[in-house]
Design a protein around this ligand. Structure first.
Ligand code: SAM
Length: 225
């Protein structure tokens, strides 16, 4: 069946990603292949390829395509890599990582979002993604160590369990800052040392959990923001 969104998806890749400096052809190709609209609930589907985060219900969002591309490029995933995503949301980022050949564990704290993402990913045949329900600030030890960890919610600081679960040479991509504004950081583990590179400024929904923000922080942040 023809895909009615194909032209919009191609325009997204060319205008929002390639023109803005995304260079990794594998990432561009993966984002051309993954049907982003299928991850967006029907009432918001017409916005699926817009240059912005899109609501997915339950006060959460699917990230802006450009931000997904920047994070995926920074994760430098190779076929066969084990990758942990923290913040499954709609499941879109997990599908992009799987399209690059990774084996993906994606953890989501909201059980309703986790169930919905699991359903969509399974219906679309993304068999190399496992959606786990829980607090991703603690990582997911059963499948560790990971060659890459991608955190798609804003952290006040880097959760130590995520660094501990990173393989040697692995990369942790994470927005770090306050509730209103963060910097996208890429931490690379070299034995006992870690190097940090700061990429773009960004604005993510909060990472809530043991090594993140509390629910009360979230309410206060939105009231002040
Ligand atoms: N990556 C998602 C996608 O492609 O659709 C978008 C993620 S959305 C911006 C952030 C998600 O992080 C929300 O679904 C939220 O419930 C989740 N989240 C926040 N804190 C979390 C935690 N401690 N563990 C797991 N998920 C968390």
């Amino acid at each position: 069946m023809p895909d009615p969104f194909e032209a919009e998806r191609r325009a997204m890749v060319e205008e929002q990603l390639r023109r803005r400096g995304i260079r990794d052809e594998r990432v561009l190709e993966a984002m051309l292949r993954v049907p982003r609209h299928e991850f967006v609930p029907a009432p918001f589907r017409f916005m699926a390829y817009e240059d912005r985060p899109v609501p997915i219900g339950l006060s959460e969002t699917i990230s802006q395509p450009y931000m997904v591309a920047v994070m995926t490029e920074a994760a430098a995933v190779k076929p066969g890599d084990k990758v942990l995503e923290v913040g499954t949301g709609a499941g879109y980022q997990a599908a992009v990582l799987a399209t690059l050949g990774a084996q993906v564990w994606s953890i989501e704290r909201n059980p309703r979002l986790a169930a919905r993402a699991r359903e969509v990913l399974s219906a679309l045949g993304y068999d190399s993604v496992q959606v786990v329900e829980g607090d991703g600030t603690e990582g997911y030890p059963p499948a560790a160590p990971y060659q890459a960890i991608v955190v798609t919610a804003a952290a006040p600081s880097v959760p130590q369990p995520l660094l501990d679960q990173l393989a040697d040479g692995g990369r942790l991509v994470i927005p770090v800052g306050d509730l209103q504004r963060q910097d996208l950081e890429v931490l690379t583990k070299h034995g006992v040392d870690t190097t940090v590179e700061v990429l773009d400024p960004c604005q993510f929904v909060p990472l809530i959990g043991r090594y993140g923000w509390t629910e009360e922080d979230r309410v206060r942040g939105y009231r002040n923001g």
